[in-house]
Design a protein around this ligand. Structure first.
Ligand code: A3P
Length: 283
């Protein structure tokens, strides 16, 4: 499938999500009670959703083992889980990959909290290459070389990583915005969970925190059919689709040529100039 182009940004093509984009989104009212999980695809979004769901349930896995992840935190811009959101009532968690400039404007005058997760774009690229090769709702790259070029041009679902990240990072000093990285989540998951608890105003007992850690681990999520996307219909993913693929940092080193690594560094430095050192833990 080709993309849906929405105001200049390529987006996945999930049957009727053109209507969602054109009719539903512009009218969508974000409530103060909403918690929004926002990211560029393949940055650890679903891991974060799992953690937040577990925090809300004090580590009890009942919910995450009985309701598919895309219904627990529905995506505003796609058909998947969208039904849950029609009136945005009683639903606290919302997910989105939309770039800053396409996000429903009511958010910016609300008290809703947003957690934005970033990841080394080189690993995002590799993860995305495997993911989009097996989905039927976006263009399938025939090789990593092809996908590498698309990625640098922003000709991939949700557009340029660089623009997406620049856009949302403009909010990094706002009180209702929490910036996390996949790298910090991997390095110290417990500390990240504590940060999220502080941000959401939740207090967990040590044994509850242990449960959150346990049930959000790569292995636990991979084995949980409500979280590993194995329930996705065959019409939208191809054979061999694996959502929880590797779950590591630095896999790009196993994939990039020396020339690609150099080309990427150059683009990164150009496009991300001006941000303080230390903002990107992988650099
Ligand atoms: P890889 O393809 O590198 O394995 P998103 O949810 O934003 O689409 O991100 C998907 C990436 O997050 C995949 O990366 C996936 O394996 C990884 N991931 C998902 N759950 C994880 C977990 N519990 N621990 C570590 N990585 C996880």
């Amino acid at each position: 499938a080709d993309y849906i182009w929405f105001e200049g940004t390529p987006l996945p093509n999930l049957q009727n999500n053109k209507e969602i984009l054109e009719e539903f989104l512009p009218e969508f009212v974000i409530r103060d009670e909403n918690i929004i999980i926002e990211s560029y695809p393949k940055s650890g979004t679903n891991w974060l959703i799992e953690i937040v769901c577990l925090i809300q349930n004090k580590g009890n896995p009942e919910l995450i083992q009985s309701v598919p992840i895309w219904q627990r935190s529905p995506w505003i811009e796609t058909k998947i889980g969208h039904q849950t959101l029609i009136n945005n009532e009683g639903q606290q968690l919302i997910s989105s990959h939309l770039p800053f400039h396409l996000f429903p404007k009511t958010f910016f005058s609300s008290k809703a909290k947003m957690i934005y997760v970033i990841r080394n774009p080189r690993d995002v690229l590799v993860s995305g290459y495997y993911y989009w090769s097996k989905t039927k709702f976006a263009k399938n790259p025939e090789s990593l070389t092809t996908y590498f070029e698309w990625f640098l041009k922003g000709n991939v679902p949700y557009g340029s990583w660089f623009e997406h990240t620049r856009g949302w990072l403009s909010m990094r000093k706002c009180e209702n915005f929490l910036l996390l990285s996949y790298e910090d989540m991997k390095k110290d998951t417990r500390r990240t969970i504590e940060k999220i608890c502080d941000f959401l105003g939740k207090k967990l007992e040590p044994d509850e925190l242990d449960m959150v850690l346990h049930y959000s681990s790569f292995q636990a999520m991979k084995e949980n059919k409500m979280s590993n996307y194995s329930l996705l219909k065959k019409e939208i993913v191809a054979d061999g689709f694996v959502f929880l693929r590797k779950g590591t940092t630095g896999d790009w080193k196993n994939h990039f040529t020396v020339a690609q690594a150099e080309a990427f560094d150059k683009v990164f430095q150009e496009k991300m100039a001006g941000f303080p050192p230390g903002l990107f833990p992988w650099e």
